[in-house]
Design a protein around this ligand. Structure first.
Ligand SMILES: Cc1cc2nc3c(=O)[nH]c(=O)nc-3n(C[C@H](O)[C@H](O)[C@H](O)COP(=O)(O)O)c2cc1C
Length: 188
């Protein structure tokens, strides 16, 4: 099987980051992978806000949930992933901009893993603090935060977080989510 499948399968959301900044070319490659994601009608309804200054880092860290505050603040690259719903109209009651943004995030995570990074998406953060802190206008929606960096030493994490990173990764078996011909009919 292709090496790409190995990268997809091995990519993981680690929480241990090395104390090493990312080179500008590396950040550029991540953004390049992000922007080449597919989107409905190629509308690309996304924005990426990189927290760079000390103050932006403070805003980012302050908005994190208690659990994420235990590990994400040391990441050298912090991003707010934003979707613009009006650029991708809702269809069948579905917020399609979220789908597009999700594809782009996964592109970035897979590219990052292939370059020796770990990139961790987060849903645990305060929406109002992010909008206010980063002056995000009302027509744009922060969708996820991402913390990225080279992988560090898992031993350096506090015990509670280390346990999460050492937990074996699991997935549903293909037969648990794949149907043939009618919803609920086993594929195999
Ligand atoms: C949209 C999204 C939000 C997530 N939010 C958090 C989070 O707030 N905190 C956290 O520690 N992990 C978070 N994760 C990481 C998931 O827990 C992780 O992807 C999942 O357990 C599968 O592990 P893997 O990415 O190593 O395969 C999030 C992942 C995604 C895709």
């Amino acid at each position: 099987m292709s090496k790409l499948l190995d990268v997809i399968r091995d990519r993981r959301s680690d929480r241990h980051f090395a104390n090493k900044p990312l080179e500008p070319d590396t950040v550029e490659a991540l953004l390049d992978a992000f922007r080449w994601a597919p989107s409905s009608n190629n509308r690309q309804p996304w924005r990426v806000l990189i927290a760079s200054s000390t103050e932006a880092n403070r805003i980012f860290d302050d908005a994190l949930s208690a659990g994420n505050k235990q590990w994400a603040p040391v990441a050298p690259l912090k991003m707010v992933i934003i979707g613009v719903p009006e650029e991708q109209p809702e269809k069948n009651g579905l917020q399609n901009f979220m789908l597009d943004v999700g594809f782009a995030m996964e592109n970035m995570m897979v590219q990052g893993y292939a370059m020796g990074l770990t990139i961790h998406a987060m849903a645990g953060w305060d929406y109002d603090k992010i909008c206010k802190g980063f002056a995000i206008p009302g027509n744009a929606k922060p969708v996820a935060l991402m913390a990225a960096g080279y992988r560090g030493r898992v031993e350096e994490l506090i015990e509670e977080v280390r346990a999460k990173d050492l937990k074996p990764r699991t997935r549903k078996a293909i037969g648990e989510f794949t149907f043939r011909d009618a919803y609920g009919t086993a594929f195999k």
